[in-house]
Ligand binder design. Structure first.
Ligand code: HEM
Ligand SMILES: [Cu+2]
Length: 495
């Protein structure tokens, strides 16, 4: 006899359990809620620098650490999840592996969050040795817990990257094919297989450089944990500073390359044109693969003990790593959009605006990585100016764009959405301009109480942050409501 109780009605997604869509949806919700909280913390820091609210200095530095480490981890998570969404069919990836990766990352975030909020750990997100250990205002347990958290974030990312690398080798026959070297050497190509699309090239590059980065990060954190457990553990300051920035620079940088993989997959949906691989892509991405791991020395120009050849090599590598893949992606996107009857939705608006943020932030970054400029810009607000331009004004826009694409946007958005977009972008640009103004004026970064004109600029910036957060809140609610509606109508994804 069949049970008489009615079958529960599945409204969307016929398969039960953890479908890829559901997993990506969970990743998006977890990540975006976290970003939301961290953005509020960012606004609070600005308000404190502008003397609009009071924060004890220890609290400011703890929040700064949480905001920085949390944001970097969560944009890695979000861009990885978004990229995975397009790679899953191409590379036959399994949803359970992504679940493991997300769970490890979330555990790491929770541990680091507890270390900061519970213990007050606050040496800045790069936790540069010996700051975590000397003259601390926080208990030793919070130092250890924070590093364990970082380790978990690294494990989560490594699981994701290994899975991708295995998928590339399985589906395309090897790493060279994943990088599309068969455009030069057709013999390499598997019979019956197409050349790897740009999104797979990006994935292969990120997997290789990402694993190198996680390996370095693991050595770094294990050394710091050893020093934490035994204060006599010897650590060479120059060695660990190089390792710290190898890890910190590269992990933040890779979120852009993950985003490029998403752009290659999403923009064709809005323009109705394919984005194909050619020899120029192969060469550009191979160049980035080789040179991204060599850009970190631009963080050590002030260290006179660093070998001079490394300084120059770091400067050259910064250009060589950045320019080719940025140019082919931005140029390729413009060609794709030009006269294409692009459908303007939240997704496409945010993707195109994000490319602009990538370009402007990239140029500002290269300026700072140029030795004569670095002499005056080093550790001023120019630094958060440039990286907020391409992380907040680039990578985060791609994430919002992807979220909007993911929940489906066949119909044009309601008219009011334009207002939310304007609020968001006006707030964003104003906030960034105040950072740049501070940098040009030589206001130091990472100051709870910066010298003039720091507080004045921060007070104005706080106003822009409020506008930005208003726009962002409305847009996220809009996307959420659309997700609910489409879950009922069964409509979803893309256009
Ligand atoms: C509304 C959004 C945001 C606001 C209001 C905000 C605000 C701030 C402020 C005030 C600082 C301190 C700058 C200083 O004086 O040195 C900061 C630092 C930082 N922010 Fe943001 N931010 C936002 C979004 C983001 C995003 C999306 C990311 C990355 C994806 C990010 C990553 C960082 C990092 C890495 C630091 C440096 C932390 C450190 O120095 O240790 N922020 N942010
Ligand atoms: Cu860097």
């Amino acid at each position: 006899m069949q049970a008489i109780a009615p079958e529960p009605i599945e409204l969307h997604g016929a398969e039960a359990g953890l479908t890829p869509r559901r997993m990506v949806g969970i990743g998006l919700v977890v990540g975006l809620i976290t970003i939301y909280g961290l953005a509020m913390i960012g606004g609070t820091m600005k308000a404190a620098q502008g003397n609009l609210v009071h924060l004890a200095p220890q609290t400011f530095y703890a929040l700064l650490t949480l905001h920085g480490a949390g944001m970097i981890s969560v944009v890695v998570l979000l861009t990885a999840v978004a990229h995975w969404y397009f790679l899953r069919n191409l590379l036959k990836l399994r949803v359970e592996v992504l679940l493991f990766s997300v769970v490890a990352t979330v555990w790491g975030l929770l541990a680091a969050g507890a270390a900061v909020l519970g213990g007050g750990f606050g040496p800045g997100w790069t936790f540069l040795y010996p700051l975590p250990f000397i003259g601390t205002t926080w208990p030793a347990w919070s130092t250890g817990l924070f590093f364990i958290g970082v380790l978990f974030v690294g494990i989560g990312f490594a699981i994701f990257l290994l899975d991708i690398l295995a998928g590339v080798i399985r589906e395309y026959g090897g790493i060279l094919q994943g990088l599309a070297f068969d455009t030069f050497f057709p013999k390499l190509r598997r019979p019956g297989k197409e050349v790897a699309p740009p999104t797979v090239i990006a994935a292969t590059m990120v997997a290789l450089d990402g694993l190198l980065t996680v390996a370095a990060g693991t050595v770094l954190v294990v050394a710091l944990l050893a020093r934490w457990a035994s204060p006599t553990f010897p650590i060479d300051p120059l060695w660990i500073k190089n390792l710290t920035f190898f890890f910190g620079h590269t992990i933040a940088n890779l979120t852009i390359y993950l985003s490029a993989g998403v752009i290659y997959a999403v923009l064709p949906a809005y323009t109705g044109r394919p984005w194909n691989t050619n020899k120029i892509y192969t060469l550009s991405w191979a160049t980035s693969l080789l040179f991204v791991p060599w850009a970190w020395p631009h963080h050590l120009y002030m260290d006179f003990v660093q070998a001079p050849w490394l300084q120059l090599f770091g400067e050259a590598s910064t250009y060589i790593a950045t320019i080719p893949s940025a140019v082919v992606t931005i140029f390729g996107a413009l060609l794709l959009v030009y006269r294409s009857n692009m459908r303007w939705r939240i997704g496409s608006v945010f993707f195109m605006a994000g490319l602009l943020g990538w370009l402007v932030g990239g140029i500002a970054a290269m300026l700072d990585a140029t030795i004569p400029f670095n002499d005056v810009l080093h550790n001023t607000l120019w630094v958060p100016a440039h990286f907020h331009t391409y992380l907040l004004g680039g990578v985060f826009l791609f994430v919002i764009g992807f979220a909007s694409y993911f929940v489906g946007e066949k119909a044009p958005p309601r008219a009011i959405v334009k207002v939310w977009e304007w609020l968001f972008f006006i707030g964003l640009v104003g906030f960034l301009l105040m950072f740049y103004a501070g940098g040009i004026d030589g206001v130091p970064r990472r100051e709870a109480t910066p010298p003039t004109p720091g507080p004045q600029l921060a007070a104005i910036a706080t106003g822009f942050v409020v506008i930005l957060l208003l726009g962002m809140t409305a847009l996220l609610i809009e996307i959420w409501m659309r997700a609910r509606r489409h879950a009922i109508t069964g409509e979803g994804e893309g256009l």
